[in-house]
Structure formats: structure tokens, C-alpha cells
Write a protein that binds this ligand. Structure first.
Ligand code: EPU
Length: 334
């Protein structure tokens, strides 16, 4: 059975099982354990951050838990629990319509709500961890339910306990977001203020819907639509390097983009490094580097996971040679 993935890579699993409730998930797990105890299970959302190198010789479990409920509400905030199988961007659109704010900057990121909590998706100065209150999951081993408060999720840049220590151990079932009822646009990310002005809009009277549209327009201009050209968004993480190393590089490349990070560290732009290394718009067989955002690798058609991996390795090698920086994929290799 074909596994859905936005890279458009052909990969099969023994079966892809969708569940639309906790009970459905538990029943599926019990059946799998009874008949196929030794076969591995892979948890996926829409497959927007996965690169399949081989077929998966096991079972794929996919959340189809939909809907959302308000758990608590004050004049200022709302706590809303969302099914992990909701498409994240569709929830953001609905939230804005209801007057619940905080996720506008994450508009148009592909993927489901559960995966957003695993991957700690981020864009334009906002990360999922900023709006997550708690995450619910069910153990693949003993079917027990567990709840993690935000502070327990070990969130970091594109990182969480679910991607780390607990990888493959829990299926995320629901995510509770803490959203604001008064809109405060977050425009600190480079280029947003300019984009607002270019639209002839005023920072002070900007609506959430207008900001959402601005984010959507920027993303559409830069990032390839996975429905038209297979890709998984940013393929690499932006590298975080010691301050001294960043300073040495800045002396040589004064225009190199760089951002503050943890104490003594600086975050660099992988897209810039890849472009400088000469890879932007270049192909290696059926795999290519996107011509408008070098951080995105694309499937030109018919690429296998190994084709994409070959391109990934070639880029890593050149960036390492040129800048002494080890790029780390953001995408999960399966
Ligand atoms: N840049 C280049 N050449 C390129 C691409 C970028 O020189 O080909 C430079 C830009 O000019 C800019 C800097 O690099 O100075 C940063 O570029 P951009 O604002 O496009 O963002 P990014 O750091 O490349 C990150 C996220 C994106 C997210 C944007 C906006 C990661 C790995 N990627 O990209 O997330 O949309 O910021 O917040 O952190 C994703 O994770 O899939 C994703 C698309």
C-alpha cells in the first residue's frame, strides 16, 4: 500500500491504517500486536517531513482524528483542543474566523496538527511551542494515554521529546492550543513589516486575516507547492554555530545572514550557505535544489529517496568544504 508523502516518492508499507478516534487507534494497535507483534509501526501525518529511502516493511498508522473543542475561555484567551488529524492550516483559518489568534504566521505550512506538535513547526518568528498548551498521546506499547504539558515537551528549534527520546513510542491524538482573543501581529521577522507596507496596509490596523494572506503570499512566492512539485519544505535545519565561528565567517562574508541563538551561539541561514556553495537551482539526476529557496530540495519527477539523499550528501560535502559547517537535515529519513 502506497505511503502518502509530499516528496512524491514511491514507497510502500504492508498497510496504511487510519484511525479517527482514540478507541480506533487502540483497537488497531491491539490487532497489530495480536497478529504481527514483531513488525514495526510508523506514525505519520501527511508525510510532509519524511524522506522514504526504502519501502517500509511494517505498518503505517495515520491520524484522522478531527474536530476541535473549546476547553476553557476567558475574555483574553481560549484553550482549544484539536484532533491530531486536522490539517494544521485549515485549523488556523478556522481559528482566525472565530477570533482566536497566535498562529497566523504558521499559515500554509503543510501537515497535520499532531505533526506540528512533534516537529515544532515554525515560520516568520512563531513556533508551535509558543501556542501549545499540552499534547495528548497514546502509548503504542500498552495503549495508556499520556498528557505532556508544554514545558515537558522539550521543545527546541524543530525539536521535541516526540522527535527525540519518545520517537515512535506514542501516537499523538490531540493538541491543546492557548490562543489570544485580541490580535497582536508578530512582525519582527525580517521582511514582514516591508511586506505589510508594500500591500498598502498599516501595521497598527492590520487584521489577522490580512497577516495570514501576507504570509501565504510570501510562502507561495518562495516555496514550491508540493502538489505540483514534490518537496518537504526546508530540507536542512538552519545551523547553530559557536559565536567565534560565526565571527570568523562574517569577517570573510560580511553580508552573511545571521540571527541570535542560545548563549554563545549564532544561527546561520542554510539557504544562503547552499546558494553560496553554488547549488541553488542545480540538479543531480531527478533531484534538484529549488531555484527560489535553496533550502528546499525538490523531486523533479520520478526521483527515489536515494536520489534526494545523493543530492543532500553532495550539498553537505560542498558546504562543509567551503564553510566548515555540517548541515543537518530537518527531514526525517525512513
Ligand atoms: N537565503 C539565501 N538564499 C536562499 C534562501 C535564503 O540567501 O536560497 C537567505 C535569505 O535571503 C535570508 C535568509 O537566507 O537572508 C533566510 O531565508 P528565509 O527568510 O527564506 O528563511 P529560512 O531561514 O531559509 C526558515 C524556515 C522556514 C520558514 C522561514 C520563514 C528552517 C529550516 N526553515 O527558512 O521553514 O518558512 O524560515 O520563517 O528553519 C520549513 O521548516 O519547512 C520551512 C519552510
Amino acid at each position: 500500500m502506497r505511503i502518502e508523502n509530499t516528496f512524491g516518492i514511491e514507497a510502500e508499507a504492508l498497510a496504511v491504517i487510519k484511525y479517527d478516534s482514540e478507541k480506533g487507534l487502540t483497537n488497531a494497535l491491539k490487532t497489530l500486536h495480536k497478529f504481527n507483534a514483531e513488525l514495526p509501526i510508523l506514525l505519520i501525518g501527511q508525510g510532509s517531513n519524511l524522506l522514504f529511502l526504502n519501502d517500509f516493511k511494517g505498518f503505517v498508522l495515520k491520524s484522522n482524528i478531527k474536530g476541535f473543542v473549546v476547553k476553557q475561555e476567558t475574555d483574553d484567551e481560549v484553550l482549544v483542543e484539536v484532533g491530531s488529524g486536522e490539517v494544521c492550516d485549515e485549523f488556523i483559518a478556522q481559528a482566525i474566523q472565530r477570533g482566536w489568534y497566535g498562529m497566523e504566521n504558521l499559515s500554509l505550512i503543510p501537515g497535520q496538527v499532531g505533526a506540528a506538535a512533534v516537529q515544532n513547526i515554525g515560520a516568520y518568528g512563531v513556533e508551535a511551542q509558543d501556542v501549545i498548551e499540552e499534547v495528548k498521546g497514546i502509548s503504542l506499547k500498552d495503549y495508556s494515554e499520556r498528557i505532556w504539558k508544554q514545558q515537558e515537551c522539550q521543545y527546541g528549534y524543530r525539536q521535541s521529546i516526540f522527535k527525540g527520546d519518545l520517537w515512535g513510542q506514542y501516537a499523538i491524538t490531540r493538541v491543546t492550543f492557548r490562543l489570544k482573543k485580541h490580535f497582536e501581529p508578530k512582525l519582527q521577522y525580517g521582511g514582514l513589516v516591508k511586506a505589510v507596507e508594500e500591500k498598502g496596509l498599516m501595521k497598527d490596523s492590520l487584521t489577522a486575516q490580512e497577516l495570514r494572506q501576507i504570509i501565504i503570499d510570501i510562502r507561495r512566492a518562495k516555496l514550491p507547492d508540493p502538489k505540483k512539485q514534490g518537496n518537504a519544505g526546508s530540507f536542512f535545519k538552519n545551523p547553530v554555530v559557536p559565536k567565534e565561528q560565526a565571527e570568523r565567517l562574517l569577517a570573510e562574508y560580511p553580508t552573511m545572514p545571521h540571527y541570535p541563538a542560545d548563549e554563545g551561539k549564532v544561527k546561520l541561514a542554510a539557504g544562503w550557505l547552499i546558494e553560496q556553495a553554488g547549488w541553488k537551482g542545480k540538479s543531480l539526476g531527478p533531484a534538484a535544489v529549488h531555484d527560489r529557496q535553496a533550502l528546499v530540495l525538490v523531486n523533479k519527477g520520478g526521483a527515489s529517496g536515494s536520489d534526494i539523499q545523493r543530492l543532500c550528501e553532495a550539498i553537505k560535502k560542498d558546504v562543509k568544504e567551503r564553510f566548515g559547517i555540517e548541515l543537518e537535515p530537518e527531514v526525517n529519513f525512513i
